[in-house]
Design a protein around this ligand. Structure first.
Ligand SMILES: *[C@@H]1O[C@H](CO)[C@@H](O)[C@H](O)[C@H]1NC(C)=O
Ligand SMILES: *[C@@H]1O[C@H](CO)[C@@H](O)[C@H](O)[C@H]1NC(C)=O
Ligand SMILES: *[C@@H]1O[C@H](CO)[C@@H](O)[C@H](O)[C@H]1NC(C)=O
Ligand SMILES: *[C@@H]1O[C@H](CO)[C@@H](O)[C@H](O)[C@H]1NC(C)=O
Ligand SMILES: *[C@@H]1O[C@H](CO)[C@@H](O)[C@H](O)[C@H]1NC(C)=O
Ligand SMILES: *[C@@H]1O[C@H](CO)[C@@H](O)[C@H](O)[C@H]1NC(C)=O
Length: 539
């Protein structure tokens, strides 16, 4: 198969020339129109905040949706595999962020898919991290009756494939219900045993480390920290993709079946659809597919934070109404070879809908003031789902000031911080949770012709939003509150009718019949230190 046949349109715009390393491909904007170097880019949004919050004395304002772009569902990476759900996690290379003479912005971003195409069962997809350049021009016409075309493009540059400490590729197949794989100096690692090529084709039996990647951080050495759902573990990989370190979380996090660790997420391989673990749900530890979804690093590089998607099974999981108490781990990584658990907190997830289900979290982002942004949302609503109207899709703020440090005290095997109904132990104070920014405001979405709810067309917001990245706008007025663009990428679950896995050799068409492009949004936010100081004075 000729790879060029399947990669998107090649474009050598002079804005992007700096990024053309080996080969590059502009993946976005089927629209070809008015945004070019001749037109000046602007600020995009109004001066009045749409929403704001003050969390433990820190003030945040949301000014509006500033940028929108897409990547086609059938775009492929340099290995010939569908790019797919790379919105599971993103990490912005802050040093690359630049403003051009025409007022447009560009930069470099790392993005990571989870398990490859798995809507019909897990496959032998090798975990990987993609590198993109991003280019955007903040000038949507928000006032007119015509929505703005997309104003943000992503250019695919490269990918890094992940391997074990021995250089053997990782897989994404469901972890074995019993057993693990051992390496010197590593905790017991989740493994998958499978016959043949892992795509249903013939071959010998293989055993590989298996990963379901969800969180991504790049450190000052260029190494990748990744959080995963099977372990749920945190890994460090070299910039070339070789596993250097694995952190097993405290015993309370480890999934138990029959009283012993069992890493299976109950998502059988496509070619062995009946291979379910017994019991289906672990009795304690992380619930199936509810592992370490969020990973972030403090701007000084000292602390790494990893957060569970929702409550663990001994403390309210996995039921949607009771899985609201979820834990966040803080590791001191001053010594990158020997991380230590420094704090652990509980965050009570916000309720949504008439039944007060917990809006589980898909990503976190640590700010320089010590607070964290959290992406919490419902599931089962939006593009690719049966129902189109999402009720809760937010970026909110968490403050851990005054929250109980659980580290060491509440971490034993079977140790619980809440009862089966999700009621927190009265001895524990949860982090402060401050609702902030709503993705679903149709008044903002309509600037780009997008909508939450309504018809199932390609401007319906995708179901799954799973990543956050923040970059400063660098405005000239030093008296103003600093402004930022807050990016979120959606995860399309590799849903396309023209899909490839196994280095282009395995062809698939998702059974939904859909082609779901990756959508990318950028919100303009500010962090108002002055406003916060005033607020404190009033108190
Ligand atoms: C993706 O699909 C579109 C629409 O069918 C087609 O025009 C385009 O060439 C395809 N791109 C790739 C990379 O295959
Ligand atoms: C995005 O790409 C389209 C098509 O190549 C181009 O017309 C548009 O100017 C680009 N926009 C930005 C902001 O780079
Ligand atoms: C954990 O709790 C379960 C159910 O209460 C119990 O059967 C099991 O023995 C406990 N496991 C450990 C290691 O304490
Ligand atoms: C747990 O025990 C049951 C009953 O003995 C068995 O069928 C099942 O396979 C065991 N599960 C695991 C993960 O060991
Ligand atoms: C929780 O508090 C109660 C009293 O308020 C005390 O009896 C109990 O030991 C505490 N439990 C823990 C685990 O600290
Ligand atoms: C889904 O998997 C089954 C095997 O479990 C296979 O027979 C079927 O063709 C697959 N469907 C698609 C759309 O690939």
């Amino acid at each position: 198969m000729d790879p060029d046949r399947r990669v998107a349109r090649l474009q050598l715009s002079h804005h992007l020339i700096y990024y053309l390393i080996s080969f590059s491909v502009v993946l976005s904007a089927s629209w070809a129109g008015a945004i070019g170097p001749s037109k000046q880019c602007g600020r995009a949004v109004g001066n009045a905040p749409i929403s704001q919050t003050t969390c433990s004395g820190q003030r945040y304002d949301y000014y509006g949706l500033a940028a929108y772009g897409t990547v086609p569902s059938n775009a492929t990476d340099r290995y010939g595999d569908t790019l797919g759900g790379f919105g599971s996690a993103v990490f912005f290379d802050q040093s690359s962020w630049n403003k051009g003479q025409d007022g447009s912005y560009h930069g470099m971003i790392w993005a990571m898919p989870d398990r490859g195409w798995n809507t019909n069962g897990t496959l032998n997809y090798q975990s990987r991290i993609h590198k993109f350049s991003i280019h955007l021009c903040l000038a949507p016409d928000a006032s007119g009756s015509h929505p703005s075309p997309p104003n943000m493009n992503l250019t695919y540059l490269d990918s890094v494939l992940l391997t074990g400490p021995d250089g053997v590729p990782t897989t994404s197949l469901d972890a074995d219900a019993t057993g693990f794989i051992s390496y010197d100096g590593f905790p017991p690692l989740p493994r998958a045993t499978y016959d043949g090529d892992g795509f249903g084709g013939p071959g010998l039996t293989n055993v590989r480390i298996t990963l379901d990647c969800e969180g991504l951080v790049v450190d000052s050495d260029g190494a990748f920290w990744i959080s995963d759902e099977y372990g749920p573990y945190i890994y460090r990989f070299s910039k070339y993709g070789k596993m250097l370190l694995a952190i097993a979380p405290p015993p309370a996090f480890r999934p138990l079946r029959n009283g012993t660790v069992s890493f299976s997420g109950a998502e059988p391989p496509m070619f062995e659809p009946d291979r379910f673990p017994r019991p289906l749900d672990p009795t304690a530890g992380r619930a199936n597919n509810q592992g370490l979804e969020g990973l972030t690093i403090s701007p000084d590089g000292r602390f790494l934070y990893a957060m569970m998607q929702s409550a663990m099974n001994q403390e309210g999981g996995p039921k949607k109404k009771t899985r609201r108490q979820t834990r966040i781990l803080e590791y001191d990584i001053s010594d990158k070879n020997s991380p230590t658990l420094s704090h652990e907190f509980v965050v009570t997830l916000p309720p949504y809908g008439d039944e007060s289900k917990a809006a589980v979290q898909s990503e976190i982002h640590r700010l320089s003031n010590g607070q964290l942004l959290i992406l919490a949302r419902d599931s089962g609503f939006g593009r690719g789902a049966d129902e189109t109207e999402s009720k809760y899709r937010h970026v909110d703020v968490i403050s851990t000031t005054g929250a109980t440090n659980l580290a060491g005290k509440w971490d034993s095997t079977n140790g619980s911080i809440a009862n089966a109904k999700g009621i927190l132990d009265p001895n524990i104070t949860a982090a402060t949770y401050c609702p902030f920014l709503d993705f679903n405001l149709n008044s903002e979405l309509k600037k780009f012709g997008l909508h939450n709810g309504g018809p199932k067309d390609d401007r319906l917001l995708n179901e799954k939003w799973e990543s956050l990245a923040l970059v400063p706008l660098g405005q000239e007025d030093s008296n103003a509150n600093p402004e930022y663009l807050l990016f979120s990428f959606s995860d399309n679950d590799f849903i396309t009718q023209e899909g490839y896995q196994n280095s282009g050799r395995f062809r698939y068409s998702d059974k939904s019949g859909e082609d779901i492009d990756t959508q990318i949004l950028a919100f303009l936010v500010s962090h108002g230190q002055h406003a916060a100081a005033m607020h404190n004075a009033e108190l």
